[in-house]
Design a protein around this ligand. Structure first.
Ligand SMILES: [Zn+2]
Length: 292
């Protein structure tokens, strides 16, 4: 699933491709992609004649800002946009086409069909689902070590599921949470109250730098992600733990392990990310009870 760096890359590409283009008509061939308004005909009718002014991002969502409307688009697993000339063959996985007045069209393809689009009046989109519950933007000024700690304080889950929760921090997913926790030297199963003040600073810095470097590289092309022009990102070559099970840690040489934390495949260097105290006791007790 595209995470913040990949969606940011799509946003930048769309800004290059479709800014100032005016929509002549919209074709929707898979109605369930359109979540708001209820009828795809209303969606298409409202967009006809509107010009795309800019494209923004909130968490993993794209916000296409038009004259008098905001289109919120989530790519979910495999959604992707591409700009074509009218008349070029249409791929069977194309579900929405924005036909522009200039003879080009923006096509939304989605093999898995999990993507969504919502249409709002300006200002309304940030007050209503799906954007209203999103947490801190990790590349904005509001994201500081104090804000990060404040948002997670008192939570009883483990660090990894907390960082994946979009209502605390928006935009992180499985790849960048594993990378950030590794860089901060924090075990994914550590509890919030097991982090020292210096850990929060390290975690803040690692989230920020991992995302910034990934944006710089155009995102990670793990599985099928490509940007709006069909180009792959290159950050997958720089990943330190994600997808590197049984490969040596680039920092200490210990083999990277993969386990399941909060239902998600999780990559850890147990040397660089030692088990938290609570788990060390638990695993010792488990061993003792096995010996008995
Ligand atoms: Zn290591």
């Amino acid at each position: 699933m595209p995470e913040l760096p990949e969606v940011e890359t799509v946003k930048r590409t769309l800004n290059e491709l479709v800014t100032d283009k005016t929509i002549a008509a919209v074709t929707v061939s898979l109605p369930r992609i359109i979540q708001r308004p209820a009828e795809p005909e209303q969606f298409a009718g409202a967009l006809a004649g509107r010009t795309i002014r800019t494209v923004e991002r909130r968490g993993k969502f794209l916000r296409l800002i038009l004259d008098g409307l905001v289109l919120v688009s989530h790519l979910r697993m495999e959604g992707r946009y591409g700009l074509y000339r009218t008349g070029e063959p249409v791929d069977k996985h194309t579900h929405v086409i924005f036909h522009f007045q200039d003879g080009t069209e923006l096509r939304y393809k989605d093999v898995r069909q999990f993507g969504t689009m919502h249409l709002f009046e300006p200002g309304e989109d940030l007050m209503l689902p799906p954007l209203n519950k999103l947490g801190l933007e990790p590349l904005e000024e509001e994201f500081t070590p104090e804000a990060l700690r404040g948002r997670l304080k008192g939570k009883t889950s483990k660090m990894k599921p907390l960082l994946l929760n979009q209502s605390y921090i928006a935009g992180l997913g499985n790849i960048y949470v594993d990378e950030a926790l590794f860089q901060a030297g924090i075990h994914p199963e550590a509890g919030v109250d097991e982090l020292k003040p210096s850990d929060w600073k390290k975690l803040y810095a690692s989230i920020r730098s991992t995302l910034e470097r990934a944006v710089e590289a155009g995102g990670s092309s793990v599985k099928s992600y490509v940007n709006g022009q069909g180009d792959a990102g290159s950050f997958q070559h720089e990943l330190l733990v994600y997808g590197r099970k049984n490969e040596p840690c680039r920092s200490c040489g210990t083999l990277i392990t993969k386990s399941v934390v909060g239902g998600r495949g999780t990559h850890v260097c147990l040397q660089c990310q030692p088990l938290p105290h609570s788990l060390r006791i638990a695993s010792k007790q488990q061993r003792l009870s096995v010996i008995k």
